[in-house]
Design a protein around this ligand. Structure first.
Ligand SMILES: C=C(O[C@@H]1C=C(C(=O)O)C=C[C@H]1O)C(=O)O
Length: 336
């Protein structure tokens, strides 16, 4: 492997300096940021409830071909008081409560999630990251480590916002099924909610284009995806758009405020960085992804976050199965 890349990573680990490794969808290079105080080339994690945003900046980031990436090192992860997973029965009760809330109110969709806990049997996180890169070539794959603070690994299929010059683009991603099944009205409707919400947020821009939805693969299952793009003026404040988009109905619900309040009150856990966003900010471009298919790693435990969109048509048992399926993205990549 490129000696300067592995050296930089090794030195960061030895000195307990935060680092993040990441690869953009459809790209073949892995980038490395080792934290400095430049504020340049930020890679950031922004919490679902917007209470926390952390970034790792690097004035001099370095990259390597994915095919050359090989790194062997053990990190000292933070210890976490053991937490139990929510049982299938309790999760299905929560889903039923959510369905009843939707049926008895003006809320159309609420995204509910859970934390699936696994024992950390000393997994090799660099190999786990490598497995994710190979298994999910179309995802943004990242490995974030701030010693003594937080360690997250994920492979998200969902773009939140990309800006390059005066072009902005995003996607509407929702609905989940196994490849052998057909889409039903339930998934078609829940994805349309997301498209309509984004189209509304983009409605004042020039050259608004919406295409899709089409079926896309995300590991072993599929989603519905539409593509949305537009042109913004020079003076436009991208942060405002980001603030209006997040959290989209793909991870929160509709109407946003009511769904958000229901989640905070009923879900029973702090989502942390899950379903918040990941930002990659450079001089000429800014790209944000929804932080899905991700997990927090501790010395003794792995907490995989998974959720799904609930509408009046949802079935609690199917929702449990959907979250099991989604947890496979991380679980199937874990390496000894
Ligand atoms: C909430 C998650 O995924 C989101 C919810 C989906 C759904 O409800 O079908 C599909 C894709 C994502 O927008 C997750 O992966 O945890």
């Amino acid at each position: 492997m490129n000696p300067s890349f592995s050296h930089k990573l090794q030195v960061a680990i030895q000195n307990d300096v935060p680092f993040v490794l990441f690869r953009f969808p459809d790209e073949s290079t892995i980038q490395l940021n080792v934290q400095d105080d430049s504020g340049k080339n930020r890679f950031l994690l922004h919490a679902f409830d917007s209470t926390i945003e952390k970034s790792i900046s690097d004035a001099d980031p370095i990259q390597i071909l994915q095919s050359e990436f090989q790194f062997d090192s053990k990190l000292d992860l933070k210890h976490q008081e053991w937490e139990d997973s929510i049982s299938k029965e309790n999760y299905e009760q929560l889903i039923q409560k959510t369905i009843d809330e939707i049926k008895g109110s003006a809320i159309q969709k609420i995204v509910i999630s859970r934390k699936k806990m696994m024992e950390n049997k000393g997994f090799d996180l660099f190999q786990t990251f490598k497995n994710l890169l190979e298994q999910h070539p179309r995802a943004l794959v990242y490995f974030w480590n701030r010693p003594g603070e937080d360690t997250w690994i994920g492979a998200t299929p969902e773009l939140l916002l990309q800006q390059s010059g005066n072009q902005v683009q995003t996607v509407s991603l929702a609905g989940t099924k196994r490849p052998e099944k057909d889409w039903t009205e339930k998934e078609i409707e829940e994805q349309q909610f997301v498209t309509d919400f984004i189209a509304h947020e983009f409605s004042d821009f020039k050259n608004l284009k919406i295409s899709g939805p089409e079926t896309v693969q995300a590991g072993k299952f599929q989603h519905l995806k539409s593509y949305i793009s537009a042109e913004i003026s020079e003076s436009f404040d991208l942060n405002l758009l980001l603030k209006n988009l997040h959290p989209t109905p793909a991870v929160c619900g509709l109407p946003k405020k009511e769904a958000f309040d229901f989640i905070l009150k009923n879900e029973g856990h702090d989502r942390g960085f899950y379903s918040g966003y990941i930002g990659i900010e450079r001089e000429n471009s800014k790209t944000y992804f929804v932080n899905l298919r991700s997990a927090a790693f501790f010395q003794n435990q792995i907490q995989i976050y998974v959720g799904g969109g609930i509408t009046a048509e949802s079935n609690p048992e199917k929702e449990w199965e959907e979250t099991e399926l989604k947890s496979g993205t991380i679980a199937n990549a874990l390496a000894q």
